[in-house]
Structure formats: structure tokens, C-alpha cells
Write a protein that binds this ligand. Structure first.
Ligand code: SF4
Length: 317
């Protein structure tokens, strides 16, 4: 029986992405990023819903088919497996609250997160408008859970965004596990301020306001807070928002840096702003000055270290 563990991040994943030979054609869809990079940092929990409902590998392929108002999962030999997939999803996802994220196999009628082909009942033509039957149950029952697809994770911005959300959500789950108090909630928010500002300025202002008075309904506010935080982090942090945050952080060193150092930092931030350097460059310089001139508030900012360096996520953005 799996349960939440503050010391390790557990991530659900479509089994075929880990190299398990569970696909309809007897093969797999191994993801190099998941198996070679992410697997060093997280514990994967593989699930193949089609195998779990008793289908074999190989097996007849499944399609989503529009029949009147319903979208059904139909095998190539005409079997309707919608109900077994949905029922399996419903009973399993209720037990997945310990996961901090989920990686789904794209385009699958069971696992696809979005844009899955839905065929017309006539068999002629399709729309890329569906969601896999299992994936739909997962996302409905865990709306805050960071979820991504294997193909989309090849995009550096989407990958960085997903991993940022994964680590933030695990951090939040650890807080919940420890027990939320007003002081811990304020402390959590203070660590996330600059990350929030980079992703969505109005959420940064609104969530700060939400926590300004925790004398009444702290649990209710905590729930609104994490909903707002996860929604804000799901937005891409733009280059101009990052630049704004970097300039804020630069201000903390006004007194300590000499004129050459100040110019170097400002120049590096401008080069990032102009797309000539990756985000890692100004962040590295800021971390360097932070080591030289310690500031406890800044050292605790998640923005400066949102995920492990070994993933090299800020090299490409
Ligand atoms: S996409 Fe999902 S259902 Fe299909 S083989 Fe992979 S894990 Fe199984």
C-alpha cells in the first residue's frame, strides 16, 4: 500500500512510458526523459489501465467513438470497454492522493490528457477533441495534481513548468502532512512569493491578500490558496515576468555590490531579457552574490531553486 512520503516524490505514469510492454501491439513507448533523468529523482508508480481491466498485450486496439451524446471506448473487434475503464479509473484514483504528479501517454484513448482522436460513429473522420477514459477520471478527481503528457515534455518550457509544479505540489503535500497552521501557511507563502510573481502577478497580489488575515477560516483559506497557487504556476512564466523578478532580486544587493558588480548583474539580466542568455545565467550570478552576502529571506526563495539542478531545466529557457 503506497502512502505519502515527505522524503520522496512519487509520480504516477502510464506503464508503457517506463518501457513496460503493455501496448496493444505488444510494445512499449519508453520515454528517455522519464527513465533516464526523472527516474533518478522520483519514484514512479506505473499504471496500465487497459491491462488492469483484463485485456492482454497484444490486443485489439481501442478507439474513442462518438455515439450520440456519449464518447465510448470501443475495441477493433467491437467490444465496448468504456465502463470497465471508467470503473477502474474511479476505484483506483481515489487511492492516489499520495502522488505529486502524473505523466500520461499522449493520444491514448485510455491515458491521453487532451486532443485524443474521437471518431465519428460512421467510422469516417475524427476530431482531436477527446480525453482518455482513465485520464478523465484521474484529472476530475485530482484537479490540483500536476499532469502532463510524454510528448509535451519534450518542449523545454512545458517540461520546466511541469517539474516546477511537481516540486511545489509535493512541498504543499508535506505541509499538509505536517499539519497546516497559520504560521506555517504564511511561511510557505513567503518562500513562494517570487516564483508566484514570475508566473502571475495578479495571483501574487490576490493570494497575499487572502493570507493577510488568518484569524477566521484558516483551512478554507488554505484550500483557496493552494488552488490559486497551482493555477498560477500552470501559467508559463514569461521572459518579461522573469526579468521583473530578477530586477527585484537585484535590488537586495544594492548596498553590498560595487559599481562593476552592479553593472555586470544588470547587464546579465538585460542579456536574458533580450534572449541572448538562458535564465540560468542571471540566476547563477544572483546565487553567487547570495553566497557572498547571505540574506535569509532570499535564500529561502523557491524561485532561486525550484527543482534539482541535475535536470538542467533552466539552460534552455
Ligand atoms: S497508453 Fe495507457 S493504456 Fe495504453 S499501453 Fe500505455 S499505459 Fe497502457
Amino acid at each position: 500500500m503506497y502512502k505519502f512520503d515527505a522524503g520522496k516524490i512519487q509520480v504516477g505514469i502510464s506503464g508503457c512510458l517506463l518501457g513496460q510492454k503493455v501496448r496493444f501491439d505488444g510494445g512499449h513507448k519508453r520515454s528517455d526523459f522519464c527513465t533516464e533523468e526523472l527516474a533518478r529523482l522520483v519514484d514512479f508508480v506505473p499504471v496500465c489501465p487497459e491491462m488492469a481491466i483484463g485485456l492482454s498485450s497484444p490486443r485489439p486496439s481501442i478507439r474513442l467513438v462518438q455515439r450520440d451524446a456519449d464518447v465510448l471506448a470501443i475495441t477493433a473487434n467491437g467490444q465496448d470497454v468504456t465502463a470497465p475503464l471508467r470503473d477502474y479509473g474511479r476505484q483506483l484514483v481515489g487511492r492516489l492522493g499520495y502522488l505529486s504528479g502524473y505523466i500520461l501517454c499522449a493520444k491514448s484513448p485510455s491515458c491521453g490528457m487532451e486532443r485524443v482522436r474521437v471518431y465519428h460513429a460512421s467510422g469516417e473522420g475524427c476530431e482531436k477533441s477527446g480525453v482518455g477514459v482513465y485520464a478523465a477520471e484521474l484529472m476530475r478527481s485530482h484537479p490540483l495534481l500536476p499532469v502532463e503528457e510524454d510528448g509535451r515534455l519534450n518542449d523545454p518550457l512545458i517540461r520546466e513548468n511541469f517539474i516546477t509544479r511537481l516540486y511545489a505540489y509535493h512541498d504543499w503535500q508535506s505541509l499538509v502532512h505536517q499539519g497546516i497552521t497559520p504560521a506555517r501557511l504564511i511561511d510557505f507563502h513567503s518562500r513562494y512569493k517570487y516564483l508566484l510573481l514570475a508566473h502571475h502577478r495578479s495571483s501574487y497580489l490576490r493570494l497575499g491578500q487572502l493570507l493577510s488575515d488568518l484569524s477566521a477560516e484558516p483551512e478554507h483559506k488554505a484550500r483557496h490558496y493552494i488552488e490559486g497557487l497551482m493555477a498560477a504556476l500552470a501559467r508559463q512564466a514569461s521572459r518579461s515576468n522573469h526579468t521583473n523578478v530578477l530586477q527585484h532580486l537585484q535590488g537586495y544587493f544594492k548596498q553590498q555590490l560595487n559599481s562593476r558588480q552592479r553593472q555586470e548583474l544588470a547587464h546579465t539580466i538585460h542579456q536574458y531579457q533580450d534572449g541572448l542568455l538562458p535564465l540560468l545565467a542571471p540566476i547563477t550570478l544572483l546565487r553567487h552574490y547570495l553566497a557572498e552576502y547571505p540574506n535569509e529571506y532570499l535564500q529561502r526563495q523557491v524561485y532561486l531553486n525550484p527543482h534539482p539542478e541535475t535536470l538542467r531545466l533552466r539552460y534552455g529557457i
